[in-house]
Write a protein that binds this ligand. Structure first.
Ligand SMILES: Nc1ncnc2c1ncn2[C@@H]1O[C@H](COP(=O)(O)OP(=O)(O)OP(=O)(O)O)[C@@H](O)[C@H]1O
Ligand SMILES: [Mg+2]
Length: 306
């Protein structure tokens, strides 16, 4: 069983890994625990989407202020196919018997997706594995801890996964994620899910940082020095439009970023319209061969004058 630990934390705040490795003390509650000075909650991921995008796991392992462990155990394909086939039979009969159109549609979709996985395993001889993912949220400040938990839960739900802090099992979960303990069978029985090995590998769980849409242009580097490559026209469940807001203190570089975006979009062929009350982008407009319309110079300057 491979085990992976990944840490992300803000520099000035806690060092979750150090707290886990050398806890000053441990106290377990129903849904949370204290590791040394840190407030901690260990969640298990109980649901994954049927389809995932490439690098999907790195989005889980890069959630700030969390320690994430991923367990992978290869399994025998024959047993797996038998068990998945039962799921398909169940979904198909649900699709046929249900009166509710939504339930019917969902069951049909689920059966189709699972059939595709079976075909992949059977025809292409794909190896499958049992995967267990735990997410521990940590903070030394109680208010911040609540915020960290909320943010992690919402980031997980955007990825169409579900995670639960399994009640009364925080101690078992702690042992499960602790590097020197063996994996806990009780936890595995609750959390493990069958995945084709390519789903795990294509999730790039070890990608530490950066953000890459696979298209678009270089925008910035993140706090770990990873490249941020964006395509603002890309659509996904968490990207339903292309609106962006750039915020920052005075003189921090907002206008510089906007100019960089304008030039990069221009080079990609985007049609650009700037509303520029301070004439800040006049030079840029000239340099890109644009038309400048002065809309504040009396009747002559009006757009569509009556
Ligand atoms: N990445 C960067 N590295 C170094 N200098 C930079 C960087 N980005 C911007 N600057 C410089 O910082 C100064 C302020 O940048 P800019 O005008 O973009 O800030 P701003 O946030 O728009 O400011 P304001 O709030 O006054 O509009 C400029 O001189 C710019 O050249
Ligand atoms: Mg500015």
């Amino acid at each position: 069983m491979a085990k992976k630990i990944n840490i992300k934390n803000k520099k000035k705040q806690t060092n979750p890994m150090l707290d886990i490795l050398t806890p000053i003390g441990l106290r377990f509650n129903k849904n949370t625990l204290h590791i040394g000075e840190s407030f901690t909650k260990i969640y298990g991921i109980i649901k994954y989407p049927n389809k995932v995008e490439s690098e999907w796991l790195s989005k889980i392992t890069n959630i700030p202020n969390t320690v994430v462990t991923i367990g992978i155990k290869p399994v025998d394909n024959t047993n797996l196919i038998a068990s998945i086939s039962r799921n398909i039979t169940y979904d198909r009969s649900l699709a046929e018997s249900s009166k509710d159109p939504l339930t019917r549609q969902r069951a049909e979709k689920s059966a189709e997706d699972v059939e595709k996985i079976i075909a992949q395993i059977d025809r292409e001889n794909e190896t499958v594995a049992l995967m267990t993912v735990c997410v521990a949220t940590m903070s030394r400040d109680e208010q911040d801890f609540k915020r960290v938990c909320r943010r992690s839960e919402s980031m997980i739900s955007v990825l169409k996964c579900k995670m639960r802090a399994i009640p009364n099992l925080q101690k078992e979960l702690f042992k499960h994620i602790y590097p020197t303990f063996t994996n806990r069978e009780k936890i595995e029985n609750i959390l493990q899910k069958i995945v084709p090995i390519s789903t795990f590998v294509g999730g790039f769980p070890f990608a530490r940082s950066g953000f890459n849409d696979g298209a678009g242009y270089y925008l910035a580097t993140d706090s770990n020095g990873g490249l941020v490559i964006t395509d603002i026209w890309k659509r996904a469940s968490d990207r339903t439009n292309s609106n962006i807001v750039i915020m920052g203190n005075s003189g921090v570089g907002k206008s510089t970023v906007i100019k960089h975006i304008i030039i990069s979009e221009y080079m990609n062929g985007t049609k650009i319209i700037l509303i520029d009350p301070e004439s800040e982008y006049k030079e840029l407009c000239k340099n890109l061969g644009g038309n400048l319309i002065n809309a504040v110079g009396g009747t002559k300057g009006k757009i569509n004058p009556l």
